[in-house]
Structures are given as C-alpha cells and as structure tokens.
Design a protein around this ligand. Structure first.
Ligand code: C5P
Length: 221
C-alpha cells in the first residue's frame, strides 16, 4: 500500500478511559492514558482518512486534522458512537470503557461517616458488541488489554464481539497503560502477527497500515 492508503475513508477511533460517577465529586475509572488511541487517530489522518475521535477524559492534544468529540461516561461514549457509526468505514475501539458503573448517582455529595461504604455496581453496555450487531456495520477493530492468557482471551473476544481484528496487549510494568511504548499481538479470523515493542506513535503507523490492508482485502460491506 502507498500513501494516502485511507484517502476518502472515514475512520472512527475511541480512546481513553471512561468515568462512572457516583456523586458530583467522585467517580470510578481506570489507568488508560489515551496515548495509543490518539496515536492511532493521528496515524489514520496521516494515511489520508477523515478521522473522528471519541475520547474520554485525557490530558492529550487533539491530533492535527482530527475531529474530536469529548465524552465522560460509557453511556455517553455509546450514545456518541451510535450517532457517528453509520457514516464510518472503519471503527477502531481503543477506549478502555469501564465495565461497571455505580447503580445510583447521588445528586449531592455523599457525606462521609465513621462507617464503611458499599457501592453497588452494574454492567455498562458493551459498545462494540452492540455495534457489531448492526446490519450496516463498519470494519471493526477491537482492543484487549490482558494480564494473563493473552491470545486465548483476545481470540475469544474477536469471535464473541463480532470483530474483524483485535489487538491484544500485555498490561505489565513498562508496557500497556500510561507509558509511551507498547507491543501488540494482532489477531483476525485465520491469522495473527506480532508487532514488536516500539513507541506508540510508530506502532500506530504500522498497525494502521495493517488495518488498511485487511479492510481493502475484505472489500466494501
Ligand atoms: O472485554 P474487554 O473490555 O476486554 O474488551 C475490550 C474491547 O471492547 C475494546 O475494544 C473496548 O473498547 C471494547 N469495549 C466496549 N464496551 C465496553 C467494554 C469494552 O466497547 N463496555
């Protein structure tokens, strides 16, 4: 493939964590920095795509030429994606969506007492799984951050969530969340490749090229 290999294509990228609040001051979240997703959005724009980035709260600048939509909770991310998805050729779901949210959100700050506190949690919607059930769905790339059984878990998610590709990465010291470097094992139906450890910027360029190859090979839906 020669650049711009995604010219004329629309790419939706999700990035960052979500925040699930339980009162106006406090929330549950995770360690996602958004760096991998932002690097993917930048690399897709470099490859000529029209890029929309749906982002949870992160401390990163919007990449050049990218349209960013800011959200906070999993529900807001889901709603924003449902609005955007129909116009998209490729979806790259890199966001670390919270899996659980507090059942109740207090409207006023919950005052502390001398007792402990129990929060009741419920599941958030699985966004990619929901989108992969749409009739007119884009080419969908998911992510899987794992601390054990990397390939088994990723391959299960590839099938179960109806994805075209999945990028699995280890979360361990110096790699994965909050750092500048990453390595990915990319799986699709019938194949896989290891993308060795490098900067997220460089890794994103290699991965976007791989996604474009598979997208073009699949042909229009
Ligand atoms: O099951 P797991 O959370 O490991 O799956 C990760 C993949 O699923 C990522 O692509 C993530 O963006 C997506 N996801 C989602 N909605 C959720 C949880 C994860 O779209 N509620």
């Amino acid at each position: 493939l020669t650049k711009p290999f995604l010219a004329g294509r629309s790419v939706l990228v999700t990035a960052g964590p979500t925040r699930e609040s339980w009162d106006p001051i406090r929330f549950l979240s995770n360690r996602s920095s958004g760096k991998m997703g932002y690097a993917l959005a930048a690399a897709a724009a470099e490859a000529g795509a029209q890029v929309t980035l749906i982002s949870g709260p992160v401390a990163l600048e919007t990449p050049l030429g990218v349209h960013r939509i800011q959200v906070e909770s999993a529900q807001q991310m889901c709603d924003a994606m449902l609005v955007q998805v129909a116009a998209m050729d490729i979806l790259i779901a890199c966001a670390a969506v919270a899996d659980y949210r507090p059942v109740k959100q207090a409207t006023q700050k919950i005052k502390k007492t001398h007792q402990g506190l129990t929060l009741e949690l419920e599941r958030t919607p699985d966004i990619v799984e929901q989108l992969s059930n749409l009739a007119d769905k884009p080419f969908i790339v998911g992510f899987a951050a794992e601390t054990e059984h990397l390939e088994t878990n990723a391959s299960r998610k590839l099938k179960h969530k109806g994805l075209d590709m999945i990028a699995a990465n280890w979360v361990r010291e110096g790699q994965g969340f909050e750092v500048d470097d990453n390595a990915l094992t990319v799986l699709w139906h019938g194949g896989k490749v290891d993308l060795p450890r490098t900067s997220k910027t460089q890794l994103a360029r290699t991965f976007i090229k791989l996604i474009a190859e598979h997208y073009h090979a699949k042909g229009p839906a």
